[in-house]
Design a protein around this ligand. Structure first.
Ligand SMILES: NC(=O)c1ccc[n+]([C@@H]2O[C@H](COP(=O)([O-])OP(=O)(O)OC[C@H]3O[C@@H](n4cnc5c(N)ncnc54)[C@H](O)[C@@H]3O)[C@@H](O)[C@H]2O)c1
Length: 357
């Protein structure tokens, strides 16, 4: 937005990591005139980071902070987006009995067909031993819910803002007669009727706050950073047109990152992209070379629409440090200029993370 107020020369474009950032940028897309790729809209970010990694790390954080068992516990997960799906699945896998509270009926149906109970919020709160919010919305749990909470309930938030559980409202409710730090990351509230409940990490994201927060797994972050780096690489190569303002990660980058990660894990089941001969294409890629075809001829002019893998072709190995070469794919139009202008400025590390030299 500052850039629109005072554009500066030489900006080639950029990336936006988050959903909230995308929501602010999208109305400005027509005026930006440079590519801006939204990492959060990549299916890889959605399932690898938001679903699997957040789900896993929220469970890990609950166990680490509380030292409580999950087996047989009633867990209510508020929100069944990508993150909520992962949280619900991980707690179910840890032998908890999981209910999903979701305001969107279609998503609620999905949760039901995924095998979760989908009670109303009041019923869920009355029966839950553990209440987890992961909605992105404010005031999902408020002071008005105090009368519903089961004695000893644990409340934790995994959504972005520490307002999903209205902590201030809970703390100042007349029914709260005592509040104390029971352990690192656990605050206990005692109510006038003798019940108590426990709030983890003061309502901040429990997997990123509290004692020794580890957050998402290294591998899932590698995937996210690899998406970032590959998108910036494509932007820096000038291979994406202004029509790419505030669009999802191009499919060929998703395919490249997915293939590279599988290769690194030795799970691709096909020839690894790393170390392949120049001119050949990545396994799993739909790039023409993968099927022995000639790369499609490109039309003249700057590309403005989404770039798919048909418009890409393999380059030689990029500059690599301490590992076997990892191949880089960019639209063929920019391919000739990339090794000198851009490729040498990137180092692809073995685990997939990329850093600029
Ligand atoms: N903890 C982490 O490490 C981490 C990582 C990534 C994202 N996040 C955050 O987690 C939150 C959820 O992310 P997401 O990608 O799953 O979002 P999403 O938009 O895909 O899903 C949110 C879901 O919550 C539902 N919802 C909204 N208000 C609700 C309410 N009052 N009660 C019940 N359901 C409600 C929506 O209908 C939607 O299905 C966001 O705030 C996001 O920023 C956290």
């Amino acid at each position: 937005m500052r850039y629109l107020a005072g554009p500066y020369p030489g900006l080639l474009g950029g990336t936006e990591e988050t959903t909230s950032g995308r929501m602010r940028l999208r109305p400005l897309a027509a005026r930006l005139g440079v590519p801006v790729l939204v990492i959060n809209d990549s299916p890889i970010k959605q399932f690898a980071e938001n679903r699997h990694a957040v789900g896993q790390s929220v469970l890990e954080s609950y166990l680490r902070i509380t030292n409580r068992m999950t087996n047989g516990r009633q867990v209510a997960v508020f929100g069944y987006g990508a993150c909520g799906k992962g949280v619900a699945a991980n707690f179910r896998n840890a032998c908890a009995s999981v209910a999903v509270v979701e305001i969107d009926p279609v998503t609620r149906l999905e949760a039901s067909l995924d095998g979760f109970a989908v009670p109303g919020r009041e019923e869920a709160l009355r029966t839950a031993d553990v209440v987890i919010t992961v909605t992105g919305a404010e005031a999902v749990i408020t002071g008005e819910d105090l009368g519903l909470l089961k004695d000893g309930a644990v409340l934790l938030n995994a959504g972005h803002f520490p307002r999903e559980i209205a902590v201030d409202e809970l703390a100042s409710a007349p029914a709260v007669v005592q509040r104390h730090e029971a352990a690192d990351g656990i605050e206990t509230f005692r109510l006038d009727d003798g019940r108590s409940f426990h709030l983890l990490t003061r309502g901040h994201m429990a997997n990123l706050a509290g004692p020794r927060p580890l957050g998402n797994s290294i591998e899932s972050m590698d995937l996210g950073f690899a998406l970032q780096a590959r998108c910036l690489e494509a932007v820096a190569a000038g291979s994406l047109g202004g029509g790419h303002a505030v669009v999802p990660v191009p499919k060929f980058i998703d395919e490249l990152v997915a293939t590279s990660f599988l290769d690194l894990c030795g799970r691709s089941g096909t020839t690894a992209s790393a170390g392949m001969a120049p001119g050949s294409t990545a396994p799993g890629s739909t790039a023409p070379g993968a099927r022995g075809q000639r790369p499609a001829r490109r039309r003249r002019g700057r590309p403005t629409g989404p770039v798919d893998s048909r418009t890409t072709r393999a380059l030689g190995s990029t500059t690599l440090r301490g590992t076997r070469p990892v191949r880089m794919y960019v639209p063929s139009r920019a391919a000739a200029s990339v090794p000198s202008r851009v490729a040498n400025r990137f180092t692809v590390l073995r685990a997939g993370a990329v850093s600029s030299e």
